[in-house]
Design a protein around this ligand. Structure first.
Ligand code: FES
Length: 80
């Protein structure tokens, strides 16, 4: 699998909308052997558009992120 970096916004709005649940889900996947780097970052500025939680996987921004959406994209970009 190619290196994958996931940035999770932990600004107030994204946190209220489930960012920490995403973080925990990704941590579990790391523990199961998935090679991803997780960075917790400040507001991307997209929360005004009701797009929280916001996650960036490598260069792609995922809005209204769910663990399913994020995992789907991680698998796509991580393909060797
Ligand atoms: S709080 Fe997450 S984009 Fe603003």
């Amino acid at each position: 699998m190619k290196p994958v970096t996931v940035q999770i916004c932990v600004g107030t709005h994204c946190t209220m909308m489930g960012a920490m649940n995403l973080y925990e889900a990704l941590q579990s996947m790391q523990e199961e052997g998935l090679e991803i780097t997780i960075d917790l970052v400040r507001c991307f500025g997209d929360c005004k558009a009701n797009e929280a939680p916001v996650v960036v996987v490598n260069d792609k921004k995922i809005v209204s992120a769910t663990s399913e959406k994020v995992m789907e994209y991680i698998m796509e970009v991580g393909k060797v």
